[in-house]
Design a protein. Sequence first.
Length: 572
Amino acid sequence: MPGVPVLAGAAAATFLVGAALRGGPGRWLGVLTCLVVALLIARLVPAPRSARPGRADTGIAGTGATGPGAAGVDPLTGLADRHGFLDRAARFLAEVGCPPAEGGWTSRGAGALMLIDLDCFNEVNGGLGHERGDRLLVEVGRRLDAVGRPGDLLARIGGDEFAMMLRNVDDESAGAVVTRFRDALHAPVLLAGMQVAVEASIGIAIAFEHGRDVDELLRNAASALREAKKSRTGYRVYDTGCLRPSPARLRLRTELRTCVQAGQLELRYQPKAELHTGRVTGVEALVRWRHPVDGVRPPDVFLPEMESAGLMPQLTRLVLATAVADCARWRAAGAGLSVSVNVPASMIVDPGLVPEIRAVLAATGLPPAALCVEITEDSLMTRRELARQTLHELRALGVRISLDDYGSGYCSLAYLRELPADELKLDRAFLRDIGSDPAAAEIVRSTIALAHTLGLRMVVEGVETARVWELLAAWGCDEVQGYFVSRPMAGDQMLPWLRQWAGRTRQCGPHRFGIGTGTGRGSDPATAIAVTRIATTGAVTTGHASGPGSGAVNRSRVRRGSATPTAGPTRR
């Protein structure tokens, strides 16, 4: 210990001074001797580590740390922390790059900033506890430090994220460098008596090519890291294809947090009609954002951001309360409608969803059967058992379940047998070529048959032309939704529109009804299509006339093997 020689020297000096004072005329010679001895002892005491020149002073090689608890040092791993990393990385860039006269940057030695994020850390923390999670972080830091070369800077900049500033790395050598670090992390770590695999995603930004300073390099490396996680490729070197959060996106998130309280979110309702009667049985609630400056914004502009910002629970509660109240009002006016509400994956596993729906139904008096909860296939891919439990509770309450956008995701056919669903809703993408492509037509026809075999109603969305209506009717589809029936409308427009629709169907008779409303693409306001019930022989009777009830009818038989397979008996 450094204090022992100092204490010994002090004691010796005190003894010699006392002896000199008692020694008479030679006392000053004794004092001089004491001072010489003290100086010699001081020379033998080693300097503290923080005062010694070398790696820790520059912060470029190794960890750049002076020990846990020091400023700029991560107390868990002993590596540099975020502040220490930013400071030392700035010095690193000053060493390897210099500004030319025209104001750009050149590099005397290529370097790169690498971000490493553990893919398994949340599972370790949640399943084994935070103490084991800390042990994992320490081990990862040790492995990275062991693989690093002299001149590299390593830091833990937050949570399970590590950063390294690497010397002599460019686009061509980045892959080999990443492989070396990933191989070092690949070996399992023994935690709580089990071998835990260590998996990581890495993003890299090349110095001066992808950023002139540390902040810009960090942002671009973080963008590359996000792309690596999304694509599950393990690592990504930054390029212009990596999306980076922009000021516009940050502004959008800020506006989203206030639009609910400001009353800027509105609902539009799109009707669903039965194919064999033309009767409107229900509507789907669709959310729109009326921005005070930009006007009405469609859902694909803001819904993904609301999901990533954690605002979907708030939005779902608003949509549920508004849609159920509107439907109760329509039913009180004599319109026997139901309303469908989309519930995102993050809410279908929320334990508070069923009590929330129960309370909304009780407050409005709407029968549970008049509410249909639409879920997408991604709701079933994660936390499957909890999602299934929620659906069973909703069915026990009397609420109907619809599997929305069927066929657009990765849902197993086994889910159709296991889940308590009432209807399938086929994604509009399948309608694109059904009039010209026999394979596309057969997929739709067989999906309708599968739904009926399982006791499910079949709803097809995105119907925009008379021809698609005819084909779906021939194949026994139950309901359709799309611009050919009507565009989405405000809640106060629903009752007047229903009266107009009822007038057209009465004018055409019970087996023949006018569909053309002038509101959808592919329809003419002056033209109506009349579709009869499908005969058990598979013949389809259609008519194109100048108005509802016209007698000009053309009969045709739909043959199997063509683009429009012959229909079987209609499912009632």
